[in-house]
Design a protein around this ligand. Structure first.
Ligand SMILES: Cc1cc2nc3c(=O)[nH]c(=O)nc-3n(C[C@H](O)[C@H](O)[C@H](O)COP(=O)(O)OP(=O)(O)OC[C@H]3O[C@@H](n4cnc5c(N)ncnc54)[C@H](O)[C@@H]3O)c2cc1C
Length: 439
């Protein structure tokens, strides 16, 4: 059933909402839209906070929520999934077979995640989510249905792995499934007074603990309104308090709900609080360095303490420092090509989420993202730790993640886009998403 976008910044009033129940109905809709000069948007899980990305004023909104089949094939260990599902629904279904797929770390995220690569708790074991797509079923802008695999069209397959909405609307994907038994995990809460220790622990974990590919963390450091730190831990085996996280256990905690769960599905939860109705985000990448992790967090805390920030009703700055291991990069490269062009080095995809109350503050908060990222990048560049790559799934609208994959990848994507979308309808009339631009 069609739902509301998670952030009020993405609320719009479409003229028409269409919910296709399969690829053919989706293709029919795209054919009509394409030949009638209509602006449209596509929504899966509705997690993008950006205006016009998965919503549109006065145009057609295609909600994929009714394309929600999940069929597991035990013979070849694959699962065909409709992109109207949320990842939690897929994990829940696969738990019946003691299997898992590589996908979102929060249950209610949708399949837009795949269009930006997709960072998962299983990435150190199996690469990014998109690395584990075997078949894409897409609808092209002329309303044609196309099945894309590495064998059938290697270039289109490559571009779909992290090229956003530029290469087709994905109706179904066939994903590799992996055995998954019991999992240790949950959330530990800390006081913000341990900020330095937590940032150092993240760096130490990344240098040592993360070498165990069964381990993963998703930290949130919230300034201003929540003033607390909460870390979602995951260990993909039935091991109580795995030693890879020892640096974190040494820091006094406020609350700890970690335990062994029967399956992965039960181990992940909605850890981002929804108390602020509007939010935005942006991201930057830099290399592993203990003191820089601490410094960047301090820099952000200082921004959250400025009068300008404090003056905004509900203003909250949440850091999401996502440690990316070399194993993730190497497994990703080994499992097939994609345009992301990642450096074979421990790095952090350092995202900042900003929440607030009123629409009248939208422009100011978007500017805070730009200014905060610029301050962080000034620091990381001065230390020689900056990396050009920006995590597509947390990139701000002013960033250009596709161009930041590198010139060769960008040019190749543009060429493929002209082949699969000769009229460039997904560039001009599909609302939102990072585009490839003109000539
Ligand atoms: C709470 C939370 C947790 C998150 N966790 C993770 C995580 O663990 N890993 C990670 O990598 N990212 C994560 N993200 C980021 C998330 O992957 C992106 O925001 C993603 O775009 C959300 O997809 P969606 O389907 O929910 O969103 P939507 O808002 O529905 O879509 C986002 C964009 O993708 C396009 N799109 C959606 N479905 C399709 C499709 N089938 N075909 C073509 N285009 C499509 C839409 O048109 C839109 O431009 C998280 C975000 C939030 C808010």
């Amino acid at each position: 059933m069609y739902g509301t976008p998670r952030s009020e910044t993405a609320w719009k009033v479409p003229s028409c909402i269409f919910e296709p129940s399969d690829s053919t109905a989706l293709a029919d809709a795209v054919k009509i839209i394409s030949s009638n000069n209509i602006t449209f948007a596509v929504r899966s899980g509705g997690h993008s906070p950006f205006s016009n990305w998965a919503n549109v004023d006065g145009g057609v909104l295609i909600s994929l929520s009714a394309i929600n089949a999940i069929s597991y094939n035990p013979t070849d260990e694959t699962v065909r999934v409709g992109t109207g599902n949320q990842w939690g629904q897929v994990y829940g279904k696969l738990a019946e077979y003691d299997r898992v797929v590589v996908g979102g770390r929060v249950p209610d995220v949708g399949f837009g995640l795949l269009t930006g690569g997709g960072l998962s708790h299983h990435s150190s074991l199996y690469g990014f989510a998109a690395d584990n797509v075997i078949i894409y079923e897409v609808v092209l802008s002329n309303g044609t249905e196309k099945t894309v695999s590495r064998a059938s069209d290697p270039e289109h397959f490559w571009a779909l792995k992290a090229g956003g909405t530029n290469f087709g609307i994905i109706s179904y994907v066939t994903l590799k499934a992996f055995p998954q038994g019991k999992v240790w995990g949950g959330v530990i809460f800390y006081s913000i007074e341990y900020l330095d220790q937590i940032m150092a622990a993240i760096a130490e974990y990344q240098a040592v603990g993360q070498l165990d590919p069964r381990s993963a963390i998703l930290p949130y450091v919230a300034f201003n309104n929540f003033n607390s730190i909460f870390i979602s831990f995951s260990y993909l085996d039935a091991v109580e308090r795995p030693e890879v996280f020892n640096n974190f256990y040494r820091i006094p905690s406020l609350l700890d709900d970690t335990k062994i769960h029967n399956n992965f599905s039960a181990s992940i939860s909605e850890v981002v609080d929804k108390v602020y109705p509007r939010w935005t985000w942006g991201s930057t990448t830099f290399y592993l360095d203990n003191s820089t992790y601490v410094q960047v967090a301090r820099l952000c805390q200082n921004i959250s303490r400025t009068d300008e920030f404090q003056a905004i009703q509900g203003a909250t700055l949440v850091l999401v420092p996502q440690p990316v291991s070399r194993a993730m990069v190497q497994r990703s490269v080994a499992s097939g090509e994609h345009p992301m062009n990642l450096r074979d080095r421990e790095q952090i995809w350092f995202s900042i989420n900003l929440g607030w109350q009123y629409a009248s503050d939208d422009a100011r908060m978007e500017q805070f993202v730009v200014d905060t990222l610029s301050s962080i990048e000034k620091l990381t560049k001065s230390k020689g730790l900056f990396d050009e790559y920006v995590f597509f799934n947390n990139a701000h609208t002013t960033q250009d993640p596709l161009r930041r994959y590198g010139q060769n990848a960008f040019r190749k994507m543009k060429r493929i886009s002209r082949t699969v979308d000769p009229a460039q309808i997904y560039q001009s009339r599909l609302a939102g998403g990072f585009k490839l631009g003109g000539s």
